[in-house]
Structure formats: structure tokens, C-alpha cells
Design a protein around this ligand. Sequence first.
Ligand code: C2E
Ligand code: MG
Ligand code: MG
Ligand code: MG
Length: 270
Amino acid sequence: NAKRSGRAQWRLFDATMHSQAMTRLILEEEIRTALLQGDFVVHYQPIVALADRSIVGYEALVRWQHPERGLLVPAEFLPIAEDSGLIVGIGSAVLDQVCAVLAEHPDAPGPISVNVSAVELACDDWSERFLATLRRYRVEPSRIIVEVTETAVLSLTTHTIASLRAVRDLGAGLHVDDFGTGFSSIALLRDLPVTGLKLDASFVSNLDAGVHDANTLASGLAALVTHLGLTGVAEGIETEVQAEALTRQGWQHGQGYLFGRPAAWASRTG
Ligand code: C2E
Ligand code: MG
Ligand code: MG
Ligand code: MG
């Protein structure tokens, strides 16, 4: 009897594995189709100066306009897009749309920040293609900020450092995203031509919960950012209490639902 239920369990396990692999394959195929059909769209979230709440730029955030499932956020497709390498195509689609917006709106307030994943940076020709797209739209590199996560930076090689330096040398900004969640924080500021740091939202959400360490860490990091002459951006600001605390601590820029949600360029608010 035990033997029989063991076999049944194995069959069940096997079936689950099989269906997970199928789901993955279907999703990969759907991403390929979506790239061909232009179903990846970009939403823009304002970044503001905390001092007066004026808009100093936007972050480009990819969305998948799925024909049946509606608008999907990155959490639903980025992991598979990265594993399969399809993120490279998604990244070019995003940069294309961002450059089109910048070319069409020469007076848009501030630069647009674009997320670039470690998989993209690992491509031999990432910086060449990136700069070629900007040239094609006649967009000044200084109107773009590249955001790389601290975790992505952990896997940097001499090649990726050279690629990031190439776009920096032409005037693009370079911000370390989700700062404070990785491990390489301090050494990376020495090795990379970084222009700014984005304080991870997890620090911000603890601020009005009165978590003492959250305050100490956020103000310590603000001091570091200021001393290094970098731009400090605090992410995920949802309340006035958080905005006031971060301003007091010396954070220069802020981003979050309090100031504006990500939205299509035409329907953006804030
Ligand atoms: P991220 O770069 O750290 O972007 C900030 C995320 O926080 C976004 O999630 C944004 O919608 C969300 N957010 C902004 N303000 C608030 C707030 O006040 N409260 C809360 N709870 N969330 C807020 P989203 O759009 O789902 O993107 C998730 C992540 O996916 C991004 O994190 C980024 O790492 C990645 N991503 C987004 N677009 C792209 C892209 O075009 N290329 C690549 N490689 N990665 C992307
Ligand atoms: Mg980002
Ligand atoms: Mg972030
Ligand atoms: Mg993130």
C-alpha cells in the first residue's frame, strides 16, 4: 500500500514539473510574439525634488499589454524573460519607446531613467546598441539615466564596467537601484562611475513605522550620498510622514505613489 501511494505521489510530482515546464515554454513563446507585435509598453513615473515637489525626471517601467490577461507588471514576466535571454529584446523595445518620447518632447522635465538588467549588460554589444539607438533618435545621452541594481552589479566583469563607462563618458547618468539590499555597496562606488543612488523602498516603508534602525540607516546613507557628491533618490514614498523624514535626512529626490503612479506618457499625472 505504501509503495502504491509512493508511486502515485511520484506521478503527481512528475505531472506538476511537467506543467511548470509547459507554462514556462508557453510564456516564452508568448513573449516572442509580444515582441513582434509591439505589446510591451512603457509607463512613466515622476521623480520629484523633495524640497519643492517639482518634477526632475521620470522612471521608465515596462508593462506587457497581454491580449487576454490585460496589463502585466514585470514581476509576472521578467524572471522568465531574463532566464531565456528575451529581456534583451524587451530592453531594446523599452529604450526605443523612451527615445521616441524624448525626441518628441525636447522640453520634457529632466532625464528618463531606464532599468538595465545584468543579462543585458553581459551582452558583448550592449553599449554599442544602446548608443546607436540614442543616435538614431538624436537623443542626447545626458537625457538618459541607466539604472542597474546593486545585485546586478555584483556580477560585473571588466567588460560590463567598460560598457557602463562608455555610456557614462558620453554623458548618460548611472544610478544604483535598490541600494541597500545587496552586498557590494561601498566597493562598487569606487569601481563604477556612479552618479546617483536609489534608496530601496524597504527602508522607506519602515520610516513611519517608527523602526529606529530604518531612520539611522536612511540618514547614514543620505550623508554618504551627499559627501560623495551623488544624487540621492528615495523610492516607494507613499506617505507625507515618509517624505518629510527623508527630506530632513537629506535625500534630494523622491519617487512614489505620493507624487504619482506609473502611467502611459499621454496620461501621466504629477
Ligand atoms: P525598480 O526599478 O526598483 O522600480 C520601482 C518599482 O516600484 C516599480 O515596480 C514601481 O511601479 C514601484 N513603485 C513606485 N512607487 C511605489 C510606491 O509608492 N509604492 C509601491 N509599493 N511601489 C512603488 P514595477 O513597475 O512593478 O517594476 C518592478 C521592477 O522591475 C523594477 O524595480 C525593475 O527592477 C524592473 N523593471 C521595470 N521595468 C524594467 C525594464 O524596462 N527593464 C528591466 N530590465 N527591468 C525593469
Ligand atoms: Mg529602477
Ligand atoms: Mg528600485
Ligand atoms: Mg526593484
